[in-house]
Design a protein around this ligand. Structure first.
Ligand code: NAI
Length: 506
């Protein structure tokens, strides 16, 4: 399907944060853009804010003044809907309200040409519901940009029940032409990103509520071991807790209160207190002038007489860690066994979703220290560990000493099932697998959306394949047993893959 040519004028309705950004994207791609807002002067203000943003690029020598002037000349603030009759694509980015959006769409059907495509940037309203009263619902499609639209690559192209394939494909091709990374999704609550990302916030919030450790340590583990750009607390402080909590609550209610999406009381309390994050000066962290961000809890330097690491059997994903330790001067001895590592008094293993104390009892191994998952053990600068209550302090000391030999900062958390990164990745992959099963989007589009929309280091389904479906299925099964909650039930596709010994991509 061909994208719209630059001869096609684009209209953007609503000149707030999103509308202005979308207008900029379309104008940058070479289109004439009509910008309309019901608030007096808002469209012109939107144009000015684009001018201000891009002037910075000109000042830095990244764009020339002529190009900026030409781009601004292509953006025309208008006051009447009738002025956008020639537009081939109208993108609405007005207030998030079903009735107001429906009324606008009805007005647009009156003034736009029959073959104009109408797109909505809604982040939470069903495209199907928006199209229900339209004369031609086939021409309505979701075009969900991310904030800030000029910088974020992802565009979710959302198909409502009545959206025509041709319209969705045209919008997809146009978004790609504009330099975006489009994905196609069906109109289901949260679409791809706002649904699949829920566990990223939920698991850190739950660990905090369970006193596993403090927010700064959880954030540091997620960043430094998980490879994510930001931890859940710094990210929700940035997004705003009112916004993030509202999205979680909306997805939770839309899925008939499936416990998988259960909102957090910890976050609710922040909202009630008006601690909305950066914008209010306080969230999980304090943003007052001069306030210091707390340091993550890091184990003190430990020493250990042992210099030899015994690797029993196949250590699975920990093999990379073993290589790193070997390169750091730790002598490695390999022997048959169930994949554990022995160093001094410590017996180390990758978490399988059970608490260390439970597993130590089941495996009759008191000095068990569980290691968290890392995105890349060769590069991780921090790793979380959890020790069995039965373990000796010497065993904990020896585990810290071992990891520190490779320059890894150790954050010991309370003994909670699945530690931090492992349970985050397992639940993300689980949600992504369910979204794939329900036909929300293809496996590759789900992964692309999570990478392009949220800068995840890897798509959750590819990540699952890299780790093996069996490992994540085991982790989830153990989490489900530990909590006795449906929230961790393994997704059907993950379960199938585990028994078929295959992946999402194979
Ligand atoms: P905003 O509040 O910054 O801007 C909305 C603008 O629409 C305002 O300037 C308002 O005057 C105007 N408006 C309201 N009703 C109107 C009408 N009937 N006709 C013309 N103009 C009207 O809101 P924001 O953040 O730009 O969001 C807009 C839409 O984009 C919403 O549907 C929102 O859910 C969605 N969205 C927001 C994202 C975000 O991070 N802010 C991300 C992705 C989607």
């Amino acid at each position: 399907m061909q994208p719209m040519t630059t001869h096609t004028p684009i209209a953007v309705i609503g000149a707030g944060a999103m509308g202005s950004g979308i207008a900029q994207v379309a104008a940058q791609a070479g289109h004439q853009v009509f910008l309309l807002d019901q608030r007096d002067g808002a469209a012109e203000a939107g144009r000015q804010s684009i001018a201000k943003q891009l002037q910075r690029r000109v000042d830095k020598g990244k764009m020339d003044q002529q190009a900026l002037d030409a781009l601004l000349a292509r953006i025309k603030p208008i006051e009447m809907l009738s002025e956008l009759a020639e537009a081939g694509l109208v993108i609405e980015a007005i207030i998030e309200d079903l009735d107001i959006k429906r009324s606008l769409l009805a007005d647009l059907e009156e003034v736009c040409s029959d073959n104009a495509i109408l797109a909505t940037n809604t982040s939470s309203i069903s495209v199907t519901a928006l199209g229900a009263n339209m004369k031609h619902p086939g021409r309505l499609v979701g075009m969900h940009f991310f904030n800030p639209a000029p910088l974020m690559a992802l565009v979710e192209v959302i198909k409502g029940l009545a959206t025509s394939d041709e319209v969705a494909q045209r919008v997809y091709a146009t978004a790609a032409q504009w330099g975006k990374k489009p994905v196609t999704a069906t109109s289901t609550p949260g679409f791809i990103v706002n649904r699949v990302a829920r566990p990223f916030y939920a698991e850190s919030l739950r660990l905090l509520q369970e006193q596993a450790t403090d927010s700064a340590t959880l954030d540091a583990i997620v960043r430094e071991a998980g490879g994510f750009r930001m931890g859940a607390f710094e990210l929700t402080d940035l997004i705003g807790h009112d916004v993030n909590y509202a999205v979680t609550s909306s997805v939770f209610n839309s899925y008939y209160q499936d416990t998988r999406f259960l909102p957090s009381l910890v976050q609710k309390e922040l909202v009630e207190a008006g601690r909305l994050g950066r914008k209010s000066g306080q969230g999980f962290y304090n943003y007052a002038e001069g306030a210091q961000k707390p340091e993550p809890a890091t184990a003190a330097a430990a020493s250990c007489e042992a210099g030899t690491l015994i690797v029993e059997g196949n250590p699975g994903p920990l093999a990379e860690l073993v290589t790193r330790l070997s390169e750091s001067g730790v002598k490695i001895i390999e022997r048959d066994g169930p994949g554990r590592l022995y160093f001094g008094d410590a017996v180390l293993a990758l978490t399988d979703g059970r608490m260390a104390s439970e597993r130590a009892s089941a495996e009759a191994c008191n000095n068990l220290i569980l290691l968290d998952l890392a995105f890349d053990y060769a590069k991780a600068s921090r790793l979380a560990i959890a020790t069995a209550d039965q373990a000796s302090s010497q065993a904990t000391n020896d585990a810290c000493a071992l990891l520190q030999k490779a320059g890894i900062a150790v954050s010991q958390i309370e003994d909670r099932p699945g530690l931090v990164v492992m349970r985050t990745v397992a639940t993300l992959a689980n949600e992504a697998a369910d979204a794939a099963l329900h036909g929300v989007a293809s496996v590759s589009d789900i992964d692309l959306a999570m990478k392009a929309g949220l800068n995840y280091p890897e798509g959750p389904l590819r990540w699952s394949d890299n780790l093996g479906s069996s490992l994540l299925h085991t982790v989830l099964t153990h989490l489900q047993q530990s909590y006795g909650e449906d929230r961790y039930r393994p997704a059907l596709l993950l379960r199938k893959n585990r028994f078929a010994e295959k992946g999402f991509y194979s």
